[in-house]
Design a protein around this ligand. Structure first.
Ligand SMILES: Cc1ncc(COP(=O)(O)O)c(C=O)c1O
Length: 405
């Protein structure tokens, strides 16, 4: 299926097999905690890895396996693990790659939750992270050390809207024998397959565009199958097996089968939604850029944006649905957000609905001035995740809200 069909078809059909699932056309939900065996010999073989099988849903589950295989197909990967959240995917990945005394290099404009994970949480586990400007690939080269176990970047910084040159960073990672982990939450497999640019592991917060309807938290880890883990025991599957049999299992990072079902239903329409998300975002960005009360618009789709060329090249001519814009000050931002009638003021992105937030007073409130500046967060900034509503209604909503200041 992998090679034969376009992504639009794979989103609907990959790993969907009614013949195997009592003729069900949607993903069967195996809402079962554990799986029964008929003999002690049989169950012990599964425990010992001598026979395939599911034991307990915290480790694996047939519903989750369908979503894992589908995501692996979409990313052209070797295999995947779906997780309870995007943060669980990042945690399980990094703690599988690095241990006490090891080092990570990460972009300094990554999502705040991931930044805090590297900067605070795992520092206390003895794993040190050096943050660099991801839009300057050379900076990665300068800080890689002997004990560096991963390079971590996002395809588009959230909310800085900066776009790293993934292929250039992948080259540096390869030269040093360090796996490149790419969080592609904002772009999804519809805009880019990070493996094609040299990434080794892809991360998704499926809570966002992949699910697309804001109804369940989830995450995914995809091993692209292009990194030599130098492991005689498990070979190419080393990372996935070690992860599943240790950090993923022991940290209890599993996704619920019901959430997998909702995620899979959402995934079927990813291409349609992304097309609309991207065209609506471009239209709103063009409206905002001309508005006299708007100081600045950050959206890689704008021709004058400094990341326009690299984004265009990497993301198949599309630019995603996230943008930020600046007004005079925080007071104006609050007034505009409070005046919006259609857009929801909440801490999420990638929903079918248009969402807004004032990052400085909410999602980035715990960071100091230097960190906020690295993340592109200022008091006068509003982040918008542009939804799939009718474009003139979205623009009209922002127009009337801007009239309030
Ligand atoms: C780029 C990115 N990665 C990871 C995450 C974390 O995902 P989750 O909220 O599913 O844990 C988020 C959440 O906003 C995100 O924006």
């Amino acid at each position: 299926m992998k090679k034969k069909y376009h992504i639009d078809t794979l989103l609907v059909h990959a790993e969907n097999d009614p013949d195997k699932n009592r003729r069900s056309t949607t993903m069967p939900i195996y809402q079962s905690t554990a799986f029964k065996y008929n003999s002690c010999k049989e169950i012990s073989k599964v425990f010992n890895g001598e026979a395939p099988g599911n034991i307990y849903t915290r480790i694996s589950n047939p519903t989750l396996e369908i979503l894992e295989k589908k995501l692996a197909v979409l990313e052209d990967g070797l295999g995947s693990i779906v997780t309870a959240s995007g943060m669980a995917a990042i945690t399980a990945t990094i703690l599988t790659l690095a241990k006490n005394g090891d080092h990570i290099v990460a972009g300094n404009s990554i999502f705040g939750g991931t930044y805090a994970f590297f900067d605070k949480t795992i520092r206390e586990f003895g794993i040190e992270t050096t943050f660099v400007d991801p839009s300057d690939a050379k900076q990665f080269e300068n800080v890689v050390k002997k004990n560096t176990k991963a390079i971590f970047i996002e395809t588009i910084g959230n909310p800085k809207m900066d776009v790293p040159d993934i292929a250039a960073i992948a080259k540096i990672a390869k030269k040093h024998g360090v796996p490149l982990v790419v969080d592609s939450t904002i772009t999804t497999p519809y805009l880019v397959r990070p493996k094609d640019l040299g990434a080794n592991i892809v991360i998704h917060s499926t809570s966002k565009f992949i699910n697309g309807h804001g109804n369940s938290i989830g995450g995914a880890i995809i091993d692209c199958g292009n990194f030599d883990w130098k492991d005689d025991k498990y070979g190419a599957l080393s990372f996935l097996i070690k992860n599943r049999k240790a950090v993923f299992r022991d940290f209890g990072a599993c996704l619920s089968p019901n959430a997998a079902f909702l995620t899979d239903i959402g995934l079927e329409t990813l291409s349609l939604r992304m097309e609309r998300h991207c065209s609506n975002a471009l239209a709103l960005a063009k409206f905002l850029v001309k508005h006299p009360k708007v100081k600045e618009v950050n959206f890689p789709g704008l021709v004058k944006n400094k990341f326009n060329a690299i984004a265009k090249k990497q993301f198949d001519g599309k630019f995603g649905s996230l943008l930020t814009f600046r007004l005079k000050d925080k007071k104006e931002c609050f007034k505009v957000i409070d005046s919006l009638k259609l857009a929801y003021n909440l801490a999420n992105l990638g929903d079918a609905k248009t969402l807004v937030i004032h990052p400085a007073s909410t999602i980035c409130v715990e960071f100091n001035d230097r960190e906020r500046s690295n993340m592109g967060v200022t008091d006068d900034l509003i982040r918008v995740s542009v939804g799939i509503e009718y474009v003139d209604d979205i623009i009209g909503d922002f127009e009337q809200a801007l009239d309030s200041i």
